[in-house]
Design a protein around this ligand. Structure first.
Ligand SMILES: Cc1cc2nc3c(=O)[nH]c(=O)nc-3n(C[C@H](O)[C@H](O)[C@H](O)COP(=O)(O)OP(=O)(O)OC[C@H]3O[C@@H](n4cnc5c(N)ncnc54)[C@H](O)[C@@H]3O)c2cc1C
Length: 475
């Protein structure tokens, strides 16, 4: 998987959401602590792979490297030179806290075996035979409660799950339960256990244990769009070139006006999003959050869009996405009998700025493919073809195309956000679910704001930090 962490400014704002000690000063230690970087080989350096060693770990479980089959023709130079024409320079290490610029993406893999390095390979298989580790297969349905004391916090007695044979079983808990079902499933476990928006829980016939309306709300996904061409060269090697651009890069001379207009609408948009959440989100709290996000985008210049080039055979192109949408979606349980099929409302492009950013990012991509020297290798538009997006496509045509063709980029976060309770948080800064005594969440659902990265890097770092918190180590 692509391994990219994000921008310093985004992590620094986590503190403002009510999470002391969660910022860019403290995160790199955890990124490094879980990582072994394999510096690029000389042949890979020739085709753009580069790192700053000080930003990386050298002796841990997660193996990070550049693909051994990196394309070794002139494609990297062609890309670099065209991005240079568009004033985007080379980023020597996309993982150093600023993603802006053009770079070859590192991945979670072991270059010695050219083997994908997933979470099981890195963290589970090496310790699976430990005597104090027991693995049970099944789908968790809910947490039964030992008590539901509102003052001391509800205490989970165990974890109820459906075994592979379809039988319902309960595993007893000794100390605490850690839910890591991901941003699209963790809210379901909480809701089935009676933690969530009372309005929704009562509707589904679930008894309310903790009144926590934001469970399943605050979902921030990214919508992905693509633009592919046929090329006159035959590309055999692996290509994964990323260009991260800021709002100023995207909006050019109109940036000040765009920033002002966007800020002026945040109050109204927060009210609309809150209304759509059936009481899950509070409008004034959300407005505060959106203003923090606005500041990160327009004043702290975190990158706002990623434009990722890939190629194979005679096809070449870019996928692109708005990294930090203002829209907030939701994921909730479907029914009391169904523990595994969430109702998802992504609310892509619910906010006009999000759609405008996607349009402008698409145009940056078109400008790139039609600039020198890269345009020399382009034969024609492949998907969408030139009938759908003709030269001189209007903004309205762009919007129609994107609304019809975009899909999830799959980095959903925020559905059990680590924020103060008044802002709409579900877990506190120690990842403990509000109103409970012994339930934590450790997965992408706790991330309160999108990062200009690919999420697994950050999920691993947050998980390692969670282990320090759980074990009571200083952090
Ligand atoms: C197609 C695709 C491509 C991606 N590419 C990249 C990439 O290149 N780089 C990158 O960094 N990120 C990538 N991502 C995003 C990344 O995979 C996620 O952000 C990340 O996996 C989130 O981690 P998580 O631990 O929160 O959730 P998950 O990885 O989803 O883990 C949750 C786990 O909980 C299990 N589970 C769910 N519900 C239950 C239940 N009720 N009972 C028991 N178990 C349950 C699931 O089976 C799963 O194993 C990609 C995602 C997708 C879908």
């Amino acid at each position: 998987m692509t391994y990219i962490r994000g921008d310093k400014a985004q992590f620094d704002e986590w503190e403002q959401f009510g999470n002391p000690g969660w910022n860019w000063d403290t995160m790199p230690e955890y990124y490094k602590k879980v990582e072994t970087i394999f510096p690029p080989a000389p042949a890979q350096i020739q085709v753009g792979a580069s790192i700053e060693p000080r930003c990386h770990g050298t002796s841990s479980e997660l193996h990070v490297a550049f693909n051994p089959a990196l394309e070794n023709g002139p494609l990297y130079d062609t890309h670099r030179d065209s991005w240079a024409v568009m004033k985007e320079g080379v980023n020597k290490d996309v993982n150093r806290g600023t993603t802006k610029g053009f770079s070859v993406c590192p991945q979670t893999l072991d270059p010695r075996e050219n083997k994908r390095w997933d979470s099981a390979t890195a963290f589970y298989w090496p310790i699976q035979s430990r005597q104090n580790l027991k693995h049970l297969n099944g789908t968790v349905s809910k947490l039964p409660w030992k008590n539901t004391n509102a003052v001391s916090g509800a205490q989970a007695a165990g974890v109820e799950y459906l075994g592979p044979d379809g039988k319902r079983r309960t595993a007893k808990v000794g100390k605490e339960v850690i839910i890591s079902a991901g941003a699209l499933r963790t809210p379901l476990v909480l809701e089935h256990s009676g933690i969530g928006n009372p309005h929704l829980l009562k509707q589904k016939g679930i008894e309310v244990v903790v009144d926590l309306p934001a469970v399943g709300e605050n979902m921030i996904d990214q919508a992905l769009s693509s633009l592919f061409y046929t090329t006159n060269i035959n590309i055999k090697g692996y290509t994964l070139y990323s260009t991260f651009v800021t709002a100023a890069d995207i909006y050019g001379s109109t940036i000040d006006k765009v920033a002002k207009d966007t800020e002026a609408k945040l109050g109204k948009q927060a009210r609309q999003l809150a209304q759509a959440s059936h009481g899950g989100l509070n409008a004034s709290a959300l407005e505060r959050i959106l203003k923090i996000q606005h500041n990160v985008i327009f004043n702290k210049h975190a990158t706002l869009a990623e434009i990722l080039s890939t190629a194979q055979g005679d096809k070449i192109g870019t996928s692109y996405w708005d990294l930090m949408p203002f829209g907030r979606g939701s994921v909730h349980m479907r029914s009391i009998d169904d523990v595994d099929s969430p109702v998802i409302d992504s609310r892509y492009f619910y906010i006009d700025f999000d759609l405008a950013t996607q349009v402008e990012s698409g145009k940056v991509g078109v400008e790139f493919w039609t600039s020198s020297p890269v345009k020399k290798i382009i034969m024609g538009q492949f998907a969408p073809n030139a009938t759908v997006l003709p030269p001189g496509t209007t903004d309205e045509q762009w919007k129609e195309f994107l609304a019809d063709s975009s899909s999830s980029n799959s980095p959903a976060i925020g559905t059990a956000s680590m924020m103060s309770r008044e802002l709409g948080g579900v877990v506190d800064s120690k990842l403990k679910v509000y109103g409970t005594k012994n339930v934590r969440v450790v997965d992408a659902s706790v991330l309160p704001m999108q990062v200009s990265g690919h999420l697994t890097a950050t999920v691993y770092a947050v998980a390692d930090r969670a282990s320090d918190i759980i074990l009571g180590r200083p952090w």
